[in-house]
Write a protein that binds this ligand. Structure first.
Ligand code: 21W
Length: 245
């Protein structure tokens, strides 16, 4: 996969190029490019923003530097890819969106740092994504979160670590509690069943604790999941146990 980012703060992406994504880049699984669109301005002060026609607070990102930076990406990559505009009014990012983006051959993110975009920029855009209902100072962190979560779905990015498929949210259940040595940490003991060697009992305990955690913390996730008869029975137990706590 090729990923391009258009940003005024290319240095913000340095940590992303290292660590886990750095390995993916080294292996050739990911081809990552950041373009500083200030390099494409055509005015003598290299301005990328201007006042809104009609008045109002804040500055808007101008169309020209974005159009020309995008043309440079297209010239280099052969296409502009699936273009994502980071915008607080976009569709909300989640695990499903990450999996969808991971299917694309080429993604291009536009990360602004202003109050808004000249509307004509949207002519270049295929998708508008928000991280959630809070205000950031710009789109860069949004682009980084999306790139990180999306790249986990690419073969060769996680390497031999657990597959992204097995991680939480795929199955709409939170993870069960886990323990490592010692079995007794200053009087706090590991649940007996985990040391029983009975794999069927361990699997049932883990499923029940996943259900309990999800029911307590994220009941919205349970509504997105088809429950088996066993899961419904375990959930009934959990609700009874909660009444007697
Ligand atoms: C903050 C952009 C406020 C636009 C009219 C006049 C990208 C983001 C951003 C930013 C405004 C994301 C207004 C979650 C975010 C981002 C900077 C609009 C209000 N309307 N996901 N003034 N939250 N934020 N200002 O902020 O670019 S993805």
């Amino acid at each position: 996969m090729r990923i391009d980012v258009l940003s005024l703060f290319p240095d913000m992406f340095t940590p992303l190029k290292q660590s886990i994504l750095g390995k993916a880049i080294d292996k050739g699984a990911l081809d990552f490019h950041v373009t500083d669109f200030r390099d494409y301005t055509e005015n003598k002060h290299n301005n990328v923003d201007d006042y809104p026609f009609g008045g109002g607070a804040g500055m808007l990102l101008m169309a020209q530097p974005i159009f020309d930076a995008m043309a440079a990406v297209e010239a280099q990559a052969g296409d502009k890819g699936h273009v994502v505009l980071l915008d607080p009014a976009g569709r909300k990012f989640d695990h499903h969106v990450a999996e969808e983006l991971a299917q694309k051959e080429h993604l291009t993110f536009i990360a602004g740092h202003y109050e808004g975009y000249d509307e004509r920029i949207r002519e270049l855009v295929d998708d508008e994504i928000s991280l959630g209902d809070y205000v950031l100072t710009g789109g860069e962190l949004g682009a980084m979160v999306i790139i990180d979560a999306t790249a986990r779905f690419l073969p060769d990015v996680l390497g031999n670590q657990v597959s992204a498929e097995e991680d939480s949210f795929q199955d709409n259940l939170l993870e069960f509690p886990q323990y490592t040595r010692p079995a007794d940490f200053r009087g706090r003991k590991v649940p007996e069943v985990l040391m029983s060697g009975n794999h069927a009992k361990i699997a049932e305990w883990r499923l029940k604790e996943s259900l309990r955690r999800t029911w307590l913390r994220r009941p919205d996730l349970l509504n997105q999941r088809e429950l088996s008869q066993q899961e419904r029975d375990l959930l009934d137990d959990i609700k009874h146990e909660a009444e007697f706590e």
